[in-house]
Write a protein that binds this ligand. Structure first.
Ligand code: TXA
Ligand code: MG
Length: 390
């Protein structure tokens, strides 16, 4: 409701009415456009947004993973505006989003066989591929790299917007740098109102964590960020796939992860988040009931200690364990039985704890099979790898 009111009082046009802030960022009116029926998007609803992109402006839009902050990927100035709006270091490259396979060719130097296979199998969908870039893609978009990240989203709003814009759309997640990625238009509004031309409100996204990134520019395909196209699914198509060490643990001093974005402390809630994890021989195997019980007991104990010390304590539990907790701000992140539900709610829960002013958060953890790898990657990073093992 709050968002809807905000829209009414916001701009009538995307034309920039700028006032200089002392930080050097333009303050502008941000228009919010509501898509009535997200399954049957009409071109009229997206025409103005496409025009904004073509003219070098910025539009946030839903994709199946998270909301993106879009600008013309072939326009270095637009890339510069994206970095400014997010407060993001400009050495962190952007993903170019396309609406069909034919739009990839002009962006890449050549098409590796593994890339072609993955496109056929998983596009459109939550998979980003890293290719050697063509000269058409400006270094302003790739953070100075000779490779380019490309993704074809399946979300009908995203897909149609790109097609109507007639240019590939560079889009990082539409959050302020360092905040959890946005999974609703309200999240985007919190971070981007007054900083970009337009937000397209297509409701909550489906998946909730960012796309899987696979680098196909080298000899062996390498996963740089886990997502909804899982390791298990990739192995089925490719056989051999390596995994960038930055996914598995904290990035050591002097080591450069291949996805520059993975070196930043990302997805961070304002509170200090600690994960509690049972000792498991095989993280890919499911947790036993005894392991889950031990974990829940430890979360309760740590929370109690902090509550007694006068802290505002958040607890991240699951639908299954919800009733075991009696004190603190308790939020279920989804059903342990359904990894999809956990991924879907993950960032919204972290943002809610920010809004509630939690100072410390303790969270249950998850197995790392299938989508669990992406879930644990995001939670571990949000926790700055503060993990208590029981
Ligand atoms: O699901 C997604 O991928 C969302 C939606 C909007 O499509 N986008 C997204 O973008 O998550 P962003 O900018 O938040 O994350 C992109 C990641 C960063 O970690 C960046 O370093 C990496 O992709 N990346 C981009 N281009 C790259 C390149 N040429 N080589 C290696 N990593 C690259
Ligand atoms: Mg991001």
């Amino acid at each position: 409701l709050r968002g809807r009111m905000g829209m009414k009082s916001a701009g009538r046009s995307w034309q920039r009415k700028t006032v200089r802030e002392n930080r050097g960022i333009d303050v502008m009116e941000t228009k919010r456009v509501y898509i009535k029926d997200t399954e049957n998007v009409r071109d009229e609803e997206l025409k103005e947004a496409a025009l904004v992109i073509r003219r070098g402006g910025l539009v946030a839009f839903p994709t199946e993973t998270v909301y993106g902050l879009g600008g013309n990927a072939l326009d270095e100035d637009a890339a510069g505006k994206i970095y400014a709006a997010k407060g993001r270091p400009s050495d962190n490259p952007l993903i170019a989003h396309v609406s069909c396979a034919a739009e990839v060719e002009p962006l890449v130097k050549y098409m590796p066989e593994s890339g072609r296979k993955l496109m056929e199998k998983f596009w459109p969908g939550p998979l980003t591929l890293i290719f050697p870039k063509s000269s058409r893609v400006p270094y302003g978009t790739t953070g100075g790299l000779d490779t380019v990240a490309v993704r074809m989203p399946s979300d009908p709003i995203a897909n149609r917007l790109i097609a109507l814009a007639g240019v590939p759309i560079a889009a990082p997640s539409a959050n302020t740098s360092g905040r959890p990625s946005p999974t609703t238009a309200d999240h985007v509004w919190q971070d981007m109102n007054g900083r970009i031309d337009m937000v397209i409100d297509g409701g909550a996204v489906g998946i909730g964590v960012e796309s899987t990134i696979v680098d196909v520019s080298g000899e062996t395909p390498a996963v740089l960020r886990p997502g909804a196209v899982t390791m298990e699914m990739l192995r089925e198509v490719l056989g051999e796939v390596t995994i960038d060490p930055a996914i598995l643990g904290p990035v050591a001093e002097g080591v450069h992860p291949k996805a520059p974005g993975m070196k930043y402390k990302h997805y961070a809630p304002k509170a200090e988040l600690t994960l509690v994890e049972p000792e498991m021989g095989d993280k890919k195997a499911g947790m036993t009931k005894a392991q889950i019980d031990r974990m829940v007991d430890m979360v309760k104990m740590l929370a109690k200690e902090q509550i007694q010390a006068g802290q505002r304590v958040g607890i991240i539990c699951t639908d299954e364990s919800r009733d075991a907790y009696h004190e603190g701000i308790i939020r279920s992140i989804g059903a342990r039985q359904s990894q999809e539900s956990v991924a879907h709610n993950l960032y919204a829960v972290l943002r809610e704890f920010d809004d509630l002013g939690a100072e410390v958060i303790f969270s249950e953890s998850f197995g790392e099979d299938h989508l669990g790898q992406a879930i644990m990657n995001r939670l571990s990073k949000a926790a700055g790898y503060r993990i208590v093992r029981v």
